[in-house]
Design a protein around this ligand. Structure first.
Ligand SMILES: Nc1ncnc2c1ncn2[C@@H]1O[C@H](COP(=O)(O)OP(=O)(O)OP(=O)(O)O)[C@@H](O)[C@H]1O
Length: 297
């Protein structure tokens, strides 16, 4: 049975007279302990999809179910890590995590609260930055703090919205490994949004492409039949990795071409002719150069 399921869902914004259909006919079944990557272009509706899964966004039609029950609102079982960290700037790393824990366990004792928060901060290897405020952290450290905060809710499903998008290649690899370690050790279920094909093949069991918007939908998935742990250093010699990478990349490029063909309506611009481009004539403000005036004399 699926732990998380989207059934024929769509999401539209705006009044009927000016409606934007962002997602249409979505169907997805995520099994317990699975790692599913959703891959899509910028603006396709990836964050809207994550909001839908987490209960932050209600479907316009259809349903989203967690363990067979309709998801009505966000809750600790579905832990969403946002793309833009969203840490509170006046709180330290450990206090940001404490705030999340207190939201689900308001009566937790102060000592337990600190211990629990520290446990998650250590898990993402930020021990050296317990008391630092977000502005004192690098982008990668903020991503880690944000991940620690999501993990501290102890969610059954981790919903990661492009968690590594703002990172340089080295930090990105390091955090990919940390997410995989946490997933493997705690056997959680993960749905991760990414726009990086290599990352999706390295990390996921299944990769589901999101087509281009408006009215984006999930297309047929790619199954990653590669044993774990996957060694990033030898991936480029792995025939299955190369095959999948090439197939997914061609598929995504095909989507891009298709959407350019469809979205080609050209709106004619009104013919506006400026009166004049000539600069205004200004009165001379400089004195005549005495040397040149001597020469001409
Ligand atoms: N609350 C809203 N009201 C109206 N339109 C919205 C709303 N939220 C999202 N949209 C529109 O839905 C579309 C998809 O947005 P979304 O943020 O889900 O895309 P995305 O794939 O996550 O983009 P990116 O990769 O750039 O973050 C965009 O055209 C956006 O303008």
């Amino acid at each position: 049975m699926a732990i998380l399921e989207i059934e024929n869902a769509s999401v539209s914004f705006g009044p009927p007279s000016n409606r934007t259909d962002v997602l249409t006919d979505l169907n997805l079944k995520v099994k317990e302990n699975e790692f599913v990557a959703v891959i899509g272009f910028s603006g396709a509706g990836k964050s809207t999809l994550m909001n839908l899964l987490s209960g932050l966004q209600k479907p316009t039609t259809g349903d989203v179910c967690f363990k067979g029950e309709s998801v009505k609102e966000p809750g600790p079982d579905l832990g969403l890590m946002f793309q833009n960290y969203s840490l509170l700037p006046w709180l330290s790393v450990v206090e940001n995590v404490e705030l999340a824990i207190k939201a689900v366990e308001p009566k937790i004792a102060k000592k337990d609260l600190r211990e629990r928060a520290q446990h998650y901060v250590k898990m993402v290897k930020l021990d050296h930055a317990f008391d630092k405020k977000p502005h004192e952290l690098s982008g990668g450290m903020r991503q880690r703090a944000s991940l620690a905060r999501t993990l501290s809710l102890d969610p059954e499903v981790l919903l990661l919205d492009e968690p590594l998008s703002a990172l340089d290649a080295l930090t990105r690899s390091e955090l990919q490994d940390q997410i995989l370690n946490i997933w493997e050790k705690d056997r959680r279920t993960v749905v991760m949004i990414t726009n990086d094909v290599d990352e999706a093949v390295l990390m996921a069991d299944r990769i589901v492409p999101l087509t281009m918007g408006p009215g984006a939908t999930l297309s047929d998935e790619f199954t990653v039949n590669m044993a774990r742990p996957r060694d990033r250093h030898t991936l480029n010699d792995h025939p299955e990795f190369m095959r999948l990478k090439s197939e997914i990349t061609s598929f995504m490029m095909g989507l891009n071409k298709e959407s350019k063909k469809l979205g080609g309506e050209i709106i004619p611009m009104p013919k506006v002719v400026p009166k004049s481009f000539a600069p205004p004539v200004l009165a001379p403000t400089f004195k005549q150069n005495p040397v040149s005036s001597n020469k001409s004399a």
